[in-house]
Design a protein around this ligand. Structure first.
Ligand SMILES: [Zn+2]
Length: 64
């Protein structure tokens, strides 16, 4: 699992970086519409800030 902590305190989790980019985009559209985050910016955020999540316990499922 890959995880990215948002500056709002929420974290976004996905199976891999590619999915994480889209989870970040979805999160931004729902929670931070004023950011008007682009896919390119989401990729940069994931590249710069995502890390492996090793905890296998229940995670907040952000997928739909
Ligand atoms: Zn956020």
């Amino acid at each position: 699992m890959r995880e990215l902590h948002c500056m709002c305190g929420n974290h976004v989790v996905a199976d891999n970086d590619e999915r994480l980019v889209y989870q970040v985009l979805e999160h931004a559209r729902e929670v931070h519409p004023e950011m008007d985050l682009t896919e390119e910016q989401a990729r940069e955020m994931v590249a710069a800030g995502a890390y492996d999540r090793e905890d296998a316990s229940d995670t907040e499922d952000t997928s739909h």
